[in-house]
Design a protein around this ligand. Structure first.
Ligand code: GLY
Ligand code: MN
Ligand code: MN
Length: 482
């Protein structure tokens, strides 16, 4: 499995197509007759050493650089010459001293076979190439090339670079929003690895007596499948910590009295992310309250799927999920039956029970580009919604409704008579221990609907069986040293 998807064997990451598409979108966005050809230059991240420690800071490739190169080597650069339609990848200069510590670097010939570039050069050639472009009158801005931002990785070349051109950034972000077949294969692979990791976590309760153990279990299985990086720090919660959306301390004890576990974790494959949340009961048996909330969140997700297709406005899906939550709370008696769904919805009575957005764009970044969130939206139902646009084919998004019982978040709702009047405190008080439930999957928008990439079960009965089968094995069923 660690070789990657079989469908990609013999194929190259389509960097040149990405560069051509960015140029096309740039020209469209610029909407000008500027005769200057446009060139793009992006530097990848480089290794940065920690002082005295014999190691570098964790390396994470620049996503824009990867998009135009498919190259995960630290200290590399890419130049796209728009006039000549030529993509040049610059490898870092060979440091003979470093070969002793790090081994031989990729040769130019090997790089030419591996990457989708017209020419492979070394970094020593960059300055002259950019100077030639600038002298030939080529390039927008101050001549030379456009880049995303000026930073330590391109500091030597700033004389020839213009940063933060809004049309260039827009073109990059928009192009990244629509995944091609190659990218989709990478994302499916990341999803498959993540499914296996979640299954492993659900099955290993006998050795998971702390949130840290869940964290370790997930990462162990990701690494064994060849995924060295997580898309984000795993969020491993139990009981009340399930109400903290990005709980990454992962330091709580998992005791039977806590009942609920929530794990939000996703493995990365070749810089492409997955992002999945599953919840399950500590001893395999759902308590009434935990299952009430679990089934409600499942319904929020399935109702959102019903609206998921090209042309659908993401806000409509998100607000539909809020209404399903309100309907569910009325049935459970958490909201008083004398109020209507519309009344509670209008008063934003559900805002703090489902405080985040229904989902976000997913790609190389977990919260990927081109969602156009508006964090200063005064509407508490919409301010954290990370997609504020219509869905289109080839976007990948998450569908991740949630329902939480956070004393901190709900203080305002409970103290404001306009919203507290809806709530039956006696009923609500039975649910605090659940903490929260989120169910999250990764979804491709297709020509006429959607395809769910993440397949780890979310059926509560099946989950219960998996957890119990793991528990039945006992500690002896697992190889652990501590
Ligand atoms: N894992 C972060 C998120 O779901 O957005
Ligand atoms: Mn997410
Ligand atoms: Mn997540």
């Amino acid at each position: 499995m660690s070789e990657g998807p079989a469908s990609l064997i013999g194929k190259k990451y389509p960097a040149k197509k990405h560069a051509q598409n960015v140029l096309k979108l740039f020209i469209k966005s610029r909407n000008s007759t500027d005769p200057n050809p446009v060139n793009f230059f992006i530097s990848g991240e480089d290794l940065v050493l920690y002082k005295y420690s014999d190691q570098s800071k964790p390396f994470r490739q620049d996503r824009y650089f990867f998009y135009l190169s498919g190259c995960n080597i630290p200290g590399a650069h890419v130049l796209y010459n728009g006039k000549e339609d030529k993509l040049t990848l610059y490898l870092p200069d060979v440091d003979k001293e470093d070969i002793m510590w790090s081994g031989l670097p990729l040769s130019k010939e090997e790089a030419a076979k591996k990457y989708d570039a017209d020419e492979i050069k070394y970094a020593a050639d960059i300055e002259q190439d950019l100077k030639n472009l600038a002298n030939s009158g080529s390039g927008s801005g101050k001549g030379g090339a456009l880049t995303t931002d000026l930073n330590p990785c391109n500091a030597q070349f700033t004389a020839y670079l213009s940063e933060k051109d809004k049309d260039f950034l827009f073109a990059l972000d928009e192009s990244r929003a629509f995944k091609d077949d190659y990218e989709l294969e990478l994302m499916k692979h990341a999803a498959k690895i993540t499914d296996n990791c979640h299954l492993a976590v659900m099955s290993a309760l006998p050795i998971e007596t702390k949130e840290t153990h869940i964290h370790a279990e997930f990462m162990y299985h990701a690494l064994r499948q060849g995924s060295k990086n997580q898309s984000y720090d795993p969020i491993c919660c139990s009981g009340e910590t399930c109400s903290t959306l990005h709980w990454v301390k992962n330091d709580g004890e998992i005791t039977p009295e806590k009942h609920s576990i929530l794990i939000d974790a996703g493995a990365e494959w070749e810089c492409y992310a997955s992002d999945v949340t599953r919840c399950f009961p500590v001893n395999g048996d759902w308590t009434k309250e935990h299952l009430d909330i679990y089934n409600l969140v499942l319904k929020m997700q399935s109702e959102a799927y019903k609206l998921m297709k090209p042309g659908a406005n993401w806000e409509d899906l998100h607000l539909r999920a809020h209404k399903v939550l309100i309907e569910g709370f009325l049935e459970l008696g958490i909201f008083k039956k004398e109020y209507s769904v519309e009344e509670i919805f209008k008063a934003k009575g559900s805002a703090r029970f489902f405080p985040h957005g229904l989902g976000h764009m997913l790609g190389m970044d977990t919260h990927d580009t081109a969602g156009y969130a508006n964090y200063s939206d005064p509407d508490p139902l919409l301010c954290y919604l990370r997609i504020r646009r219509k869905l289109e084919p080839n976007m990948v998004v998450t569908n991740e409704p949630g329902c939480y019982f956070s004393p901190f978040l709900l203080e305002e709702t409970l103290n404001n008579p306009e919203t507290s009047k809806f709530i039956d405190r006696q009923v609500l008080d039975k649910y605090w221990y659940v903490g929260g439930v989120r169910i999250e999957d990764d979804v491709l928008i297709t020509k006429d609907g959607y395809e769910v990439y993440t397949k780890i079960t979310k059926d509560p009965e099946e989950i219960s069986k998996i957890v119990k089968a793991g528990l039945a094995k006992g500690k002896e069923g697992f190889h652990i040293v501590v």
